[in-house]
Design a protein around this ligand. Structure first.
Ligand code: C5P
Length: 312
């Protein structure tokens, strides 16, 4: 049995609209998700017995059964018994608790890696089916690229690639957000505007902020795309975290194509059309904020999700 090293990219949300409640306790969402080339490396190695071991070079990442990579390995062992144990080594490049799907992409990489290592020949649809059992963002992370995500986030449709775009990501190192907290904070303030019947939810989907964004994306109109970015959770999280609100204001002063908090935050990203503009923007924002706690990454949109870096 061979070991595999996989590249597991982060995602940003060009749009996250909270439509209403779902019977399963989650929120009904409309999201436009985009992979970027900031990626973790996940190495999958066979182990004797049935043991699952997770190792990570980042001290804040749990390596017990709460890690999504661990959960992915356990799910695969349950579905396809008899292939033995696995060691999963994660080199963390994506910041944690950031709204960039860092944990989800490691879970997706583990599914893809075990499919290869155990020679199962699963289709992308089968991998996404297992991924949905691990978390709402995990199915997107399997195939990545540019996608519309409905339902809990697991109903995916491909959109035209947008790879002529750069995203400067910025996050305070010491600040992390828990996804349930972000949704709960939003719910406390806005649950009275939720559309909860299937009919009302359909009307909301057809009239919401995804309509102009998808039109701009279809036309590959990057200026318009920048103006149509939208995240419902942003209002709630930025009110609670004024440092993050200030970060967004600072980005906007430098007139990027657009600027938004990603997912449940607190990472804020700003879009540019060239790498040189992105690098200049990252420097300007770091100089303006002048806080050693602020980290910036210049990333490019990418067309892929989990990919094999090297069979070892
Ligand atoms: O699916 P996942 O485990 O990533 O979701 C984490 C949390 O985010 C959920 O426990 C829930 O609080 C919130 N969530 C939600 N509706 C969604 C996705 C996530 O309320 N569609």
């Amino acid at each position: 049995m061979q070991s595999y090293t996989l590249l597991a990219p982060a995602k940003i949300n060009l749009l996250l609209e909270v439509i209403g409640d779902r019977p399963d306790g989650y929120h009904e969402l409309v999201m436009v998700m985009q992979s970027v080339d900031l990626a973790d490396e996940v190495k999958i190695t066979p182990l004797a017995g049935d043991r699952i071991i997770v190792r990570c070079d980042h001290p804040m990442v749990p390596t017990d059964s709460s890690n999504l990579a661990y959960k992915a390995a356990r799910l695969m062992q349950q579905q396809y018994p008899g292939h033995g144990g696995v060691e999963i080594q994660i080199q963390k490049r994506i910041p944690i608790g950031a709204g960039l799907a860092g944990g989800s992409t490691d879970g997706a990489a583990t599914l893809v890696g075990l499919d290869l290592m155990w020679n199962l020949g699963l289709t992308q649809a089968e991998l996404e089916y297992y991924a949905a059992q691990l978390g709402s963002d995990v199915p997107f992370c399997v195939g990545g690229g540019t996608k519309l995500a409905l339902g809990r986030g697991e109903e995916l449709s491909p959109l035209a690639d947008l790879d002529q775009c750069y995203a400067v990501l910025a996050k305070y190192d010491s600040l992390s957000v828990s996804t349930p907290w972000a949704y709960q904070t939003y719910r406390t303030r806005f649950a009275d505007c939720y559309a909860n019947s299937p009919e009302a939810q359909e009307v909301r989907r057809r009239q919401g902020p995804s309509v102009p964004l998808l039109k701009a994306m279809q036309a590959q109109d990057y200026v318009q795309i920048g103006q149509c970015l939208h995240n419902d959770l942003e209002r709630a999280v930025l009110d609670e975290l004024p440092r993050v609100a200030r970060l967004k204001e600072t980005f906007l002063k430098h007139q990027p194509l657009g600027c938004l908090m990603s997912g449940s935050g607190p990472t804020v990203f700003a879009l540019t059309q060239t790498q040189a503009e992105a690098q200049a923007l990252a420097q300007q924002v770091q100089a303006a904020i002048a806080d050693a706690d602020l980290q910036c990454w210049v990333t490019q949109f990418c067309r892929f999700g989990i990919s094999v870096l090297e069979p070892v």
